[in-house]
Design a protein around this ligand. Structure first.
Ligand code: AHG
Ligand code: MN
Ligand code: MN
Length: 333
C-alpha cells in the first residue's frame, strides 16, 4: 500500500527536517477537515448541500451553502489545535481570532474554503485552497490584520484539495510538491504523485474567453498566438476552461499549460484573490518548476495592502508565462 499523508509528513519531519512538528500537525488537521468537506461534496443533491445560502460575502458574491459549510468545517477543525493564532477566509469579512479558551500558536491559516462555487450545483470539480504563514507579532500579543499582509514569498506551506473524479490533496512546504489521493475505503490520503513537476512548455491555455475583448492588447495578442498554426510549437493549442481555478490549475500542473485571469476594463485587478487563491498556487507552481505572475511582477513579490485584495493571474508552465509577460511588456513599451 502506498504511504499515507500522516506517515509521509512524519518522515519529512523526522528524517529531513523539512517541516516543524507544529506545522505538520496543522497540515494534518487541514487534511482532515478537507476529508469532511469531500464527504459533503460527494453527497451532492442528496446531502442538501447544493444551492445558495441566501447571503453575500464581503466581496458581494452570492454565498452557496457549501461555501459556508466548508468555511465552518475548516474553522472548527483548526481553532482548538494550539498551532494557530488566527485565520482569514474569502468568506469572512475580517480575520478570525482563535478563541482565548484555546492555546494560541505561531501560525496563520488563510483559505478559499470552496473554490469554483459556480460548479457546485452541476457536479463539476471544485476545491479548497489554503496557505500558511508564520505570524509577525509576538505570540503573547493578539494577532492582527497586519500579520496577514505578508508577501507570498513568506508562506511556509500551501496546498489545495480538489474534489474531482477522485479527491486529491497537493501541498508544498518549500521542498517540492507532492500529491495524495484520498483512498475512500480507508479514508486516508495516500501518496500518488511524488515530486510533481510542471512541464516547461505546454499546449493548453485556460482563460474565460468571453472577457477577451475587454482584456489588454498584450493578453489578446497572446491568445491569438495560441490559436495560430505552427508545427514546431505544436500550435494551435487546446483551450480548456473548467471555471474552477483549482481544477484548471491541477490539470495544467500535470499536463503543462497556462491559466490566465487577467485584469479587464471593468476589473483592472481581475477577479482572483491574492491571498486565498493566487499566492498558494504560486508557491506550488514555483516549487514544481513553473511561474506565477500578475503580467508584470512575480505574484509572490506583491506586498498586499488589504485582506481581500485581487490581482491578475498568469500561472503555469514557465515558458508560457514568460511569453505572455513579454507580449504585455511590448504593449506597455
Ligand atoms: P470562488 O468560487 O472561490 O469565488 O472562485 C471562483 C473563481 C475561480 O475558481 C475560477 O477560475 C473563476 O472564478 C471563474 O471565473 P469566471 O466565471 O469569471 O470565469
Ligand atoms: Mn476561488
Ligand atoms: Mn470560494
Amino acid at each position: 500500500m502506498s504511504v499515507s499523508l500522516s506517515r509521509y509528513l512524519v518522515e519529512q519531519q523526522r528524517a529531513k527536517g523539512n517541516i516543524p512538528p507544529e506545522l505538520r500537525l496543522l497540515l494534518e488537521v487541514v487534511a482532515r477537515a478537507c476529508k469532511s468537506i469531500s464527504h459533503s461534496v460527494n453527497k451532492g443533491a442528496l446531502g442538501e448541500v447544493l444551492g445558495s445560502a441566501g447571503s453575500e460575502n464581503v466581496q458581494g458574491e452570492i454565498q452557496k451553502k457549501l461555501d459556508i459549510i466548508a468555511n465552518e468545517v475548516l474553522i472548527e477543525a483548526n481553532e482548538w489545535g494550539g498551532h494557530l493564532a488566527a485565520m482569514a477566509s474569502e468568506e469572512m469579512d475580517g480575520i478570525y481570532m482563535v478563541p482565548n479558551r484555546y492555546p494560541q500558536g505561531e501560525y496563520l491559516l488563510l483559505f478559499d474554503p470552496l473554490d469554483g462555487s459556480s460548479n457546485i450545483d452541476v457536479n463539476v470539480s471544485i476545491g479548497t485552497i489554503f496557505s500558511v504563514f508564520r505570524r509577525k507579532s509576538s505570540v503573547g500579543d493578539l494577532a492582527n490584520v497586519n500579520d496577514f499582509l505578508q508577501k507570498g514569498s513568506e508562506q511556509v506551506a500551501a496546498g489545495y484539495v480538489i474534489y474531482g473524479s477522485s479527491t486529491m490533496l497537493v501541498y508544498t512546504t518549500g521542498h517540492g510538491v507532492n500529491g495524495f489521493t484520498l483512498e475512500p475505503s480507508i479514508g486516508e490520503f495516500c501518496l500518488s504523485h511524488e515530486n510533481m513537476r510542471i512541464p516547461e512548455d505546454g499546449t493548453i491555455y485556460s482563460i474565460n474567453e468571453g472577457n477577451l475583448l475587454s482584456c489588454s492588447p498584450g493578453v489578446q495578442a497572446y491568445i491569438q498566438w495560441c490559436k495560430e498554426t505552427d508545427k514546431a510549437t505544436q500550435r494551435p493549442y487546446s483551450a480548456r476552461y473548467i471555471g474552477s481555478l483549482v481544477a484548471d490549475f491541477h490539470r495544467n500542473l500535470i499536463k503543462g499549460g497556462i491559466y490566465i485571469y487577467p485584469g479587464t476594463v471593468k476589473n483592472q485587478d481581475g477577479k482572483l484573490r491574492l491571498q486565498y487563491e493566487s499566492n498558494p498556487l504560486a508557491f506550488i507552481v514555483e516549487q514544481a518548476g513553473g511561474k506565477a505572475s500578475d503580467g508584470v511582477r512575480r505574484i509572490m513579490d506583491i506586498q498586499p495592502s488589504s485582506l481581500h485584495q485581487r490581482a491578475p493571474l498568469f500561472i503555469g508552465s514557465k515558458n508560457m508565462v514568460e511569453l505572455v509577460e513579454r507580449l504585455i511588456a511590448e504593449e506597455n513599451a
